[in-house]
Write a protein that binds this ligand. Structure first.
Ligand SMILES: Cc1cc2nc3c(=O)[nH]c(=O)nc-3n(C[C@H](O)[C@H](O)[C@H](O)COP(=O)(O)OP(=O)(O)OC[C@H]3O[C@@H](n4cnc5c(N)ncnc54)[C@H](O)[C@@H]3O)c2cc1C
Length: 383
């Protein structure tokens, strides 16, 4: 079958690419899942439109972030960032807690383009997408929106980013403040990453840990032990979960590197996790995938109508997102250098105030952090 555009992977990036691809084109969205976005492998939070203006000041249009109420399970007002000794920074920060599966499914369906679900892409070569059932599709443009384990990135030899592992429960009867998203750090629960409680409303919450293998190996724990400790033992999280019951479980990965160097290879465009388009210090990829997917769809439509080149995509998404991704990566890299020892980490945080934390959560780098970089080897010895 010959088509104009194959969108491989109908997650966040794929759904938003479908949404902005011209209705005049012959487009197929392909996903291995029966229901796109389900099961939900995500904490499901995205900043509100007002927060997005702070977070991504380079964006020209914020209308993507007019999130309809029907996709929201909760709206939170604050982040609580909790250190290993329980010291907590509470920062005002408004977030939508999405019904992410419904959000993806609706955006994809309302695009009006054809969807082939329950269809795994098993191979890709020379513009031809091969499905596990043997069917083949040759497309003028291929959107690789197939996530962190991208088959297409592997096929083209560009799958070179670090992945963090995550495990998450959906729990009921959670007794935390439902206006607050909780982030916890420490080597007992989330070496190289963080753990979270994200209230979805009505006592239900996403409760998870994200960690990185090399850091977990150094302290001798795996992800199952980490989540178990977080839920049952860690005093500042288990206090909310005493009466809770697990009603869902997932395991997943998220990229934590800077984006791949080039995101266009011939007629293949990478978008979302497949290109590691992430705010790596917090593992946030929903907003970046929405934006990049949307840009991909618009650029491809223009390209196939003879109005612009495909290379415009690289420029547009980088203008919108790259600076904030770089800052986020800088914070993550600093974190990696100071977080291997909980006691020392707590001492470092004596230097960090609430205002600094508010900046860090918004991917801004406080001046004192920039100035501290050359001193880290010395501070690590002293603190
Ligand atoms: C546990 C966890 C919690 C997270 N929490 C948050 C959060 O709260 N907020 C936030 O902003 N980010 C969060 N993230 C990151 C965020 O979920 C991702 O960055 C974002 O979903 C990336 O979107 P995507 O469309 O690129 O990839 P995905 O949403 O992963 O979509 C990829 C799609 O491709 C399909 N696919 C894959 N391979 C094939 C194939 N061979 N054939 C056909 N289809 C295929 C998959 O079925 C999937 O539908 C979290 C990540 C994890 C793992």
């Amino acid at each position: 079958m010959n088509i104009d555009v194959a969108v491989v992977g109908v997650g966040v990036a794929g759904a938003f690419a479908l949404r902005s691809l011209s209705k005049k084109l012959n487009v197929v969205g392909i996903d291995k899942r029966q229901k796109p976005g389900y099961p939900v492998e995500c904490g499901e939070i995205i900043p509100t439109k007002e927060e997005m203006k702070e977070l991504l000041p380079d964006l020209e249009d914020y209308s993507l972030f007019d999130i309809p109420k029907r996709f929201e399970s909760n709206k939170t007002k604050a982040f609580a960032f909790v250190l290993p000794n329980g010291k907590t920074y509470t920062v005002d920060f408004e977030m939508h807690v999405l019904q992410r599966d419904k959000f993806i499914q609706t955006v994809a369906a309302e695009s009006g383009h054809k969807l082939m679900l329950n269809s795994r892409v098993s191979d890709f070569r020379d513009s031809t997408v091969k499905l596990a059932n043997g069917e083949e599709m040759t497309a003028k443009v291929v959107v690789a929106s197939d996530g962190a384990n991208s088959k297409i990135a592997k096929r083209l030899g560009v799958w070179n980013y670090e992945l963090a592992s995550a495990k998450q429960y959906v729990m009921k009867d959670v007794e935390c403040d439902e206006d607050t998203v909780y982030m916890y750090v420490g080597n007992r629960i989330a070496p190289g990453g963080y753990a979270w409680i994200i209230p979805k409303g009505d006592g239900i919450a996403n409760v998870g840990v994200g960690l990185r293998q090399k850091f977990a190996k150094a302290v001798g724990i795996n992800i199952h032990q980490a989540l178990d400790t977080f839920v049952k033992e860690f005093p500042y999280s288990s206090c909310f979960l005493k009466k809770s019951e697990i009603i869902g479980k997932i395991g997943a990965v998220v990229p934590v590197s800077l984006p791949i160097e080039k995101t266009i290879y011939g007629n293949v465009i990478f978008t979302g996790d497949s290109a590691s388009m992430i705010l790596s210090h917090v593992g946030a990829g929903i907003p970046t995938s929405m934006i990049a997917g949307d840009i991909a769809g618009r650029v491809i439509s223009g390209y196939l109508e003879g109005k612009n080149g495909l290379e415009e995509y690289e420029e547009l998404w980088r203008n919108a997102l790259f600076r904030v991704m770089e800052r986020s990566y800088f914070i993550k890299s600093m974190w990696d250098r100071i977080s291997d020892n909980d006691k020392r980490l707590v001492r470092y945080f004596a230097l960090i105030g609430n205002r600094d934390m508010s900046m860090i959560l918004r991917s801004r780098v406080p001046l004192k952090l920039k100035m501290a970089v050359p001193l880290i080897p010395l501070l690590n010895l002293m603190l």
